[in-house]
Design a protein around this ligand. Structure first.
Ligand code: GLU
Length: 486
């Protein structure tokens, strides 16, 4: 059954960077709407002028576009309930704050910074949380009018009861009841005329017809106050869907400081956007089956927000790596090649290296694109290496038998006319058979001499084919010299 009336919004503050948690909120809000054929809205929350970062709105647009979280209404495309940028809605908030004042649900507060600081200091001395003392609630109508006429700076505060309780429901966290004595008379409208998030989110969610409010659990503790605002206006409370925190481990939240926290960080490390989105979808939600790989279309089909967990989600880089590897393997060779090319160019300058052959090697062996340059840098320049690399227990190689192998194989390779995988493979293995040694005793030293590295994508023949005859022979001669001089 389709419900065309579902309206969700993603409401980022333009702070210059897309935290994984924000992106998950955007994704879930998108999925909740699209699962029911509803409407997904983008709203820019820029009323905190101090936090505003130049260019940050573009980061939001670009990320949404790249990740295919396409909004149906928003600042760039408009819609029936715009404007969709809060700073452009400024006059509205004063109007609605005044309505609350008329209803006795809010009041003007003219307290000076000095007086508020004193209250805060007193609370601190008593080790109590700061709560405004409702001083200005008791001003007479005349006093208020006089101060307004004199242009005394003011804020408008919510007038919360001090007795009784307030209850709200969240789809994920259940029914939560708090004592009204805990509710601060929060500021709704600041002295600069801008609303606080606390006020703007309620007014806008109502005016924009938002049915499901999806956001991080850090807003849970303020939600009773939001409910009182809805009730103060006589508006229906939306369905709340608060998402669990994303943790780095059992103790720390994932944050900008510990890396991997933003979409940009992950893209820069060479994760694929689709893999990132797939992984993020599973941070705090699961389909109730063992399926883990989902396209966005599949997520739209199966996403049921009632299955979001309330337990904190742990961001597991190992799992993300694995998932990224899965996405890379699903690419065609050509697609992979295209994506890998910028990374090849960082490490390989020699135009004679056939990069398609490099892609053949790397396509199934790469989990994170950023790691490509260090895997392939030896193609360009043979690194300085220690002859310890020739010693390998499992391959049963040491410096002595490695020298023997390289000295035997050199003239054979020199004599080859063709230089392709099959020729290399057949002729070298024939020599191995004649020598009566295990394959590894020949192949390990060749691979080591060709790469100067302990780990390479691909084995001796593949590396030799890519390096070409002349360069391969040169490197084997270097290996022989090194081993002789040891
Ligand atoms: N502007 C808020 C933020 O970026 C949005 C919270 C919400 O979705 O209501 O954290």
């Amino acid at each position: 059954m389709c419900n065309h009336n579902i309206r969700t919004r993603y409401a980022p503050s333009p702070t210059g960077y897309m935290h994984v948690g924000n992106l998950r909120t955007a994704l879930y809000a998108y999925l909740i709407a699209k699962h029911e054929d509803g409407t997904f809205i983008l709203r820019i929350e820029d009323t905190d002028q101090e936090r505003y970062v130049e260019g940050a709105v573009d980061v939001i647009y670009n990320t949404m576009k790249m990740t295919s979280l396409i909004h149906d209404e928003g600042p760039d495309i408009g819609g029936p309930v715009g404007p969709y940028v809060q700073s452009e809605r400024k006059p509205l908030y004063l109007e609605y704050a005044k309505k609350l004042v008329e209803r006795g649900e809010a009041y003007y507060c003219f307290c000076s910074k000095e007086r508020l600081d004193m209250l805060k200091e007193n609370a601190e001395a008593l080790k109590r949380p700061f709560k405004y003392d409702k001083h200005c609630l008791h001003l007479s109508k005349e006093e208020i009018e006089q101060k307004l006429a004199e242009g005394v700076p003011y804020v408008i505060r919510q007038n919360n009861p001090t007795e009784g309780t307030t209850t709200f429901d969240d789809v994920i966290y259940g029914t939560i009841t708090v004592d009204n004595s805990e509710l601060e008379d929060m500021v709704l409208l600041k002295s600069d005329g801008y609303p606080t998030y606390n006020f703007a989110n309620v007014v806008d969610d109502y005016l924009m017809g938002i049915t499901h409010v999806v956001r991080g659990s850090e807003y849970l503790s303020s939600s009773p106050k939001y409910n009182r605002l809805y009730q103060g206006f006589g508006w229906e409370v939306p369905i709340y869907v608060h998402c669990p925190p994303i943790m780095k481990d059992a103790h720390q939240k994932l944050s900008k400081r510990n890396g991997d926290a933003s979409f940009e960080d992950l893209m820069a490390k060479g994760y694929l956007k689709d893999a990132i989105m797939n992984y993020i979808a599973l941070l705090g939600w699961n389909p109730g089956t063992t399926q883990e790989i989902f396209s966005l279309e599949e997520l739209i089909k199966v996403f049921d927000f009632k299955q979001i967990n309330k337990a904190p989600a742990i961001f597991d880089p190992v799992k993300l790596r694995w998932m990224n590897g899965e996405y890379i393997r699903k690419l065609s060779l050509e697609e992979f090649h295209e994506m890998a090319l910028p990374y090849y160019k960082e490490a390989i300058k020699n135009p004679e290296i056939d990069l398609i052959k490099v892609s053949n090697l790397l396509h199934t062996r790469t989990e994170v694109l950023r790691e490509i340059p260090e895997q392939i840098d030896f193609f360009d320049v043979l690194p300085e290496y220690s002859i310890d690399l020739y010693v390998h227990k499992k391959m049963k190689t040491n410096a002595e038998n490695s020298l023997v192998s390289l000295e035997k194989v050199l003239p054979l390779l020199e004599s080859l006319e063709a230089w392709d995988l099959d020729t290399l493979h057949n002729s070298v293995l024939k020599l191995v058979e004649e020598m009566g040694v295990k394959n590894g005793v020949m192949l390990w030293p060749i691979r080591t001499a060709l790469s100067g590295k302990a780990f390479t994508p691909g084995g001796a023949f593949e590396l030799a084919e890519i390096l070409g005859k002349e360069e391969s022979l040169r490197r084997i001669r270097i290996g022989i010299e090194k081993l002789k001089n040891a």
